[in-house]
Design a protein around this ligand. Structure first.
Ligand code: GTP
Ligand code: MG
Length: 195
């Protein structure tokens, strides 16, 4: 897929601010600092349109990006960051529920997982949460560049097993450093978008 145009539409804190245009969407989910924003940037070949940071908790709102006037990427705040108050956590939960339960044009999600580690408890909860909304989940095993070649197969197998991934869901080995997995990610996304 050649991306000719990509821009931020809005950083939304609540439903009222979601874009009204009825175009299909793919939402990202994943642990704080796992590489969600980097995934978007790599997919659309932009250095820092989706803002990345080495500090966790950078993305705090639902950030809608428009791609080629065809679909939205929605960058979602991460979970599992320890230094978050109870109040902030509750607000995050409400924001997730409001979006995932009601957004009609949401076609699929990309759950970003760190390929170096076994999925965390939060990763498993998030996978099941997304499935409970009936959404297809592309599991993006990112930071693959940090793994030795000999470890890759085993790590990918562990991710698939720990998440108990369903048949319809695709596991995509990925690296935002090298661009590995980009083609499979595009192919899978376009299929979910019916494009
Ligand atoms: P929050 O918005 O805080 O939830 O983080 P995020 O999930 O959007 O992560 P972000 O894309 O900001 O990346 C976090 C850090 O991981 C940055 O320092 C990135 O450069 C690094 N990173 C992301 N993807 C990769 C990857 O594939 N390989 C390597 N080596 N580093 C990566
Ligand atoms: Mg981010």
């Amino acid at each position: 897929m050649k991306v000719n145009y990509a821009d931020i539409v809005i950083s939304a804190a609540s439903k009222k601010q979601y874009p009204k245009a009825p175009i299909p969407e793919i939402a990202l989910a994943g642990r704080s600092n796992v590489g969600k924003s980097s995934f978007i940037n790599k997919m659309i070949q932009r250095k820092n349109l989706a803002r990345t940071s080495s500090k966790p908790g950078k993305t705090q709102t639902l950030n809608f990006y428009i791609i080629n006037d065809l679909f939205h990427f929605v960058d979602v705040p991460g979970y599992g960051y320890a230094k978050v108050s109870k109040k902030e956590r509750a607000k995050w939960g409400e924001m997730m529920e409001e979006y995932f339960s009601e957004r009609e044009q949401l076609r699929a999600t990309a759950l970003i997982i760190d390929s170096r580690h076994k999925p965390t408890e939060d990763d498993v909860i998030m996978y099941n949460y997304l499935k409970h909304f009936g959404l297809p989940v592309m599991v993006i095993a990112t930071k693959l560049d940090k793994l030795k070649k000999s470890q890759k197969h085993k790590q990918l197998k562990t991710i698939q097993e720990v998440l108990e991934m369903e048949e319809e869901d695709t596991l995509i080995p990925f690296s935002s450093e090298t661009g590995e997995g980009k083609e499979l990610a595009w192919k899978t996304m376009l299929a979910h978008l019916n494009m």
